[in-house]
Structure formats: C-alpha cells, structure tokens
Design a protein around this ligand. Sequence first.
Ligand code: SAM
Length: 289
Amino acid sequence: MLSETMHWLDVRKDLWYVDANLGGGGHSRAILERGGLVLAIDRDKSAVDRFLEESGEAFAGRFVVIHGNNADIAVHVQSARVRVSGILFDLGWSTIQGEEAERGLSFSEEGPLDMRLDPTSGETAGELLERASEDELSDLLSEGDEPLAIPVARALVQARKSGRLPRTTLELAGFVSGVYYRKGFRRSRRHPATRVFMALRIRVNREYENLERSLAGSRQVLEEKGGRLLVLSFHSGEDRIVKRTFRKWVSEDAAGLLFRKSLQPGEEEILQNPRARSARMRGVSFVGR
Ligand SMILES: C[S@@+](CC[C@H](N)C(=O)[O-])C[C@H]1O[C@@H](n2cnc3c(N)ncnc32)[C@H](O)[C@@H]1O
C-alpha cells in the first residue's frame, strides 16, 4: 500500500513527516525520495543501525532517526525541534524481525520464547509464562482474540506445575496444537498457535498501551498546526483502538476522516506479500487551530 500511503500522507518537498515504525525503512525512503524530510523512530536498535548504514549517506541532512518508543512521539518531536506535517504508523513487527529466529516471533522456526521487539528491555514471553496466573493468561489470550483462551491458559498453568512448560517457539506451537486437538479441532486454515503467539507478543511489547499513547501523542503534535495521521494496522485489536480514537476526535471536531472506510491492499499485493492480507489503513486530517 506504499503508493496509497504516500498519497494520503500528502508528502511535500521540505516538510517534515514522522515515520513512527521505521522497520526496514521502506516508508522513510519513499518519503525522502519524494523530497520530504523524515523523523523516524523504532524501538529496535538494529532497524535504526540498518537504516543509517544503508541510507544514511544518500539522505544525509534530511532525516533524524531515533531508537525509542513511538508512544513517546510528542517528546521525540519536541526534542528534534521540527514542525511536523504528517505522521505514519505501520504497526507490529517487520518481516526482518520475523525471520530472526532468536527473537522467537515465529512459530515455524525454533527459537527462545523472547518476542521482545526491543531485546534490551522488558519481560520475555518465557518469563511471562513462568509467572502469570491462569486469569492473567486467559485475559491476555482473549485480548488477542484467541478462541480457546481459557483451555490454553489452564493447560499452560498445569504444565508449569508439573515442570513441563514449553521453553521454545516450536515447543509452544506443539503445545497449543495439542490443546486444539484435545478440544476436537482437527484442521484449520490457520496454525492453531497463530493467535497465542500474537497475544503473547502484544502483551510482551505492551502494544495496545503503546498504541493508545502514540495516538494521543500524535494528536498533541498535529492538533495545533494541522496535518495528517495515517495508521496501518494488522489485526482487529489494533484496528478497533484506531477506529474508536478517530471517531472520538471527529465527534470533538478535532479532526476529519480522510476516507470513510478503512483501505485494504489489492489482490496483487496480497499475492506478493501474504502478510498484507490483514492490513487496514485509516487516516485523519487535523484542521489546525
Ligand atoms: C511493520 S514494521 C515497519 C515496516 C516499515 N514501515 C517499512 O517500510 O519497512 C514495524 C516496526 O515497528 C517497530 N515498533 C513496534 N512497536 C514500536 C513502538 N512502540 N515504538 C517504536 N517502534 C516500534 C518494530 O520494531 C518494527 O521494526
């Protein structure tokens, strides 16, 4: 959805844009190639280092890159002393991170139960499974839309009591498949562990809290001077927060929707990148005061 994103962000020469999820740098580079200036943020230091290495020279003097949490966007913008015309969020994790087995994000590759996007801070998924109560586990699994939240949480706590808690990604994937099998689920399009991995990743990285804070911070940045905010989300939990927040802003006359319904990628993009299937883009424009 790169060209739609650039179109709706309304990228203009020599104006500043925040790429709040730098990742592989695709959006930042697209803004820079259109003449815009970029303040890019990522909580993963390797994304920051990679961008500096690959694109630092080509776009020298036209961007600022920050290793930090985009939930602190207002602070980052303030300390960079830039006047921002648009903000883009491309939520979740990058394909590069998914392919790094040691991060433990993928259930199809053996790795530790880590799942932190910023491996330098916070609790890992393994530590969370070691200490969380059954209620906490079933709540967090439900928040990630896991249909078997209660049985999976119960089975995990029982396994912990008997010293058989899964310790790696493949062990956890097999464990969840076992719960599904015992509950009579035999075959489905999606791997049974998909939602469990997503729910753990969301909790480990505090993704919902960060999203709420990021949206509030973006309003702070854009409300006074006007500007556009675009959010690309990848699952219903994120999209619900974005939709609800945008509706509230519209009802307060703080912003207007750029388009009424969320935009989704076309068939061709989905064929090239199956992960794009669940992408939804929403956008608002702040009028400025
Ligand atoms: C979907 S990828 C971004 C892809 C990128 N837009 C591109 O064009 O390649 C999401 C990125 O956001 C980062 N991220 C996730 N949560 C974050 C947060 N709260 N603050 C800063 N970065 C975050 C992840 O580390 C990951 O690199």
